[in-house]
Write a protein of this length. Structure first.
Length: 369
């Protein structure tokens, strides 16, 4: 009973931890969608008139990624654990093994790979915005104005930010769904971590291959541009590739640190499981001893009551025996008295007969010569 209550309390805390930041992430995602649509429709801004200015400005700061990947991934990271926690909480009493069957991972299969691919899709979309929608290629065709230059630069910078942020957030989301979040979810629900899950090293290797393909695709795409802007754009893409490689190297170091941290956490988790098992055994032994002591106490109480009853019965028997002995003594005394009286009566009768015979025989003796 205590274990069920603790699991229910842990599930409630996990659900609240996912539910509290969910409205903020949802609002940031909706604002990001609105700002992204302004690339194609500059007059589209319905949320700007509905939301408070301070809150809208805070969400607009987080909307540098025009592909909306950087705000969509945090939303997905919260929605899946919240939904899985609600499912387990509803079936906790009717089906206690439901959580064990679902496993410690609240996300669908290959969800980390999906986030990486989503980040790469946002990168390609950012390149599209920076190279096509920004209008940089049109600046060489006619004399640019300050407004067109500013608008083109804004779109180019927005596309570059989209290309970098989407990939970075996709990588961070993949790392979180690979180990930390499933480990926390498994600890709360009491489900052991699946050791056959794909490691972070494999995810990094596959991500590196994807980044190499992306770099090659970007160079191929650059060759198709106008000759006047190809050199400048190629340099920017080279800088971006170098920054991506540097980020990949830093992420490799982070992944190794995470692997070390996860291993130490696994050791601590095993130690905690052993301590919990020992505590359970001690509690069971204590309960069993308590039950045995209670039974012994009940037996001693029943024995004492039986002894008291036996003592009372012996006392009654002794009293009854004394009474009967006194009655027998009285009866024997009466019989003895009666026998004595009869003996005395018989003696008197014998004396009377002797006296009568003596009196009868006395005259006859006196008449003899």
């Amino acid at each position: 009973m205590t274990t069920a209550l603790s699991r229910r309390r842990s599930l409630l805390l996990l659900g609240l931890a996912c539910l509290i930041p969910l409205p903020f992430c949802l609002g940031a995602f909706l604002v990001n969608v609105e700002i992204a649509l302004r690339i194609f429709s500059p007059t589209f801004h319905p949320l700007e008139h509905v939301l408070p200015p301070g809150l809208y400005h805070a969400w607009a700061v987080l909307s540098a990624d025009l592909s909306t990947v950087s705000t969509l991934i945090p939303l997905l990271l919260l929605v899946f654990p919240l939904a899985q926690t609600m499912r387990i909480f509803r079936r906790l009493e009717s089906d206690p093994t439901f959580a064990q069957r679902q496993g410690p991972d609240p996300y669908p299969s290959h969800f980390g790979f999906f986030q990486v691919m989503l980040g790469l899709t946002g990168t390609l979309y950012g390149m599209y915005i920076g190279l096509d929608v920004s209008g940089v290629s049109e600046l060489a065709g006619h004399a640019p104005t300050p407004d067109t230059i500013r608008q083109s630069l804004d779109r180019l910078l927005g596309g570059t930010a989209t290309a970098l942020l989407s990939s970075l957030v996709g990588l961070v989301g993949a790392f979180l769904t690979a180990r930390p979040i499933p480990w926390i979810f498994g600890r709360v629900t009491g489900v052991k971590t699946d050791e056959t899950r794909q490691t972070l090293t494999a995810t990094i290797e596959r991500l590196t291959d994807d980044l190499r393909g992306l770099s090659q695709a970007s160079r191929t795409f650059t060759d198709c541009l106008n000759p006047e802007n190809a050199a400048t754009l190629l340099q920017r893409l080279d800088h971006q590739a170098a920054a991506t490689r540097e980020a990949s190297a830093k992420l490799d170091g982070i992944s190794r640190l995470l692997e070390t941290l996860v291993q130490s956490q696994a050791v601590h988790a095993r130690q905690l499981v052993i301590l919990e098992n020992l505590a359970g055994i001690a509690a069971a032994t204590r309960d069993q001893l308590g039950q045995q002591l209670g039974q012994a106490n009940s037996t001693l109480t029943a024995t004492a009551q039986t002894q008291q009853q036996a003592n009372a019965l012996v006392q009654r028997l002794v009293e009854t025996q004394d009474t009967r002995q006194q009655e027998v003594c009285k009866t024997l005394t009466g019989i003895a008295d009666s026998a004595t009286a009869q003996r005395e009566l018989a003696q008197r009768e014998q004396d009377a007969i002797r006296n009568a015979l003596a009196a009868y025989l006395a005259p006859s003796r006196s008449t003899q010569p």
